[in-house]
Design a protein around this ligand. Structure first.
Ligand code: GLN
Length: 196
């Protein structure tokens, strides 16, 4: 069984733990840097990206997270976590981790639609996935190596680039764990590759 960490500094942490466990993997909440060594993959949850960044800096997580990425292990950013992973953020001079070749725009579905649910078609994963969007970002631009996994109203809301997976919505907030399972599979495949 693979072990997946959820960065536990801020945001929807518990819900991800539940979703990982429901997807037949072991979950731990990562609150200390050393815990990164124990996990085969990492989820950066939704929450508030500027607050999360402040805590990442406060607890000196920036370099350890970059080292984790350099080790090739899979990382999955949801909502605020997607913003933390992105190389470019509209209106910001600097990214946070700047790992995934995408440009994101924060809070981009407008005020009237602070939160909403939408049925998404995610080919090969789920044809009828209910995405929960909460002050969600969207992906404005994706680099050549980025595979677009889902769109909503013509906006990219889920994508993968090799070891990185990201989505605008909260896949951990419903009982449908198919998107989390997709990440668990990425982690299983990466662990197998490292063993041979
Ligand atoms: N609006 C938040 C941000 O910009 C993200 C919201 C979320 O994670 N649900 O960080």
């Amino acid at each position: 069984m693979v072990k997946i960490g959820v960065l536990g500094l801020q945001g929807a942490v518990r819900e991800h733990v539940h979703s990982i466990e429901a997807s037949n993997a072991e979950a731990i909440v990562v609150k200390r840097i050393e815990q990164l060594e124990e996990v085969d993959g990492l989820i950066i949850p939704g929450g508030e990206s500027t607050t999360m960044r402040r805590l990442i800096d406060k607890y000196s997580f920036m370099e350890p997270l970059r080292d984790f990425a350099n080790s090739g292990k899979p990382m999955f950013g949801t909502c605020a976590g997607l913003i933390i992973l992105a190389k470019n953020i509209v209106g910001h001079d600097q990214p946070h981790l700047g790992l995934m070749d995408i440009t994101v725009e924060r809070n981009s579905f407008g005020r009237q639609r602070e939160s909403f649910e939408a049925e998404l078609v995610i080919p090969n994963i789920a044809n009828d996935f209910v995405g929960v969007f909460i002050r969600a970002p969207h992906i404005v631009e994706a680099g050549e190596d980025v595979e677009v996994l889902a769109k909503h109203n013509n906006r990219i809301v889920a994508a993968r680039q090799g070891q990185y997976l990201g989505c605008s919505f909260h896949p951990e907030l419903t009982d449908d764990h198919r998107f989390t399972k997709y990440f668990v599979q990425m982690v299983e495949e990466s662990k197998e590759k490292n063993l041979v």
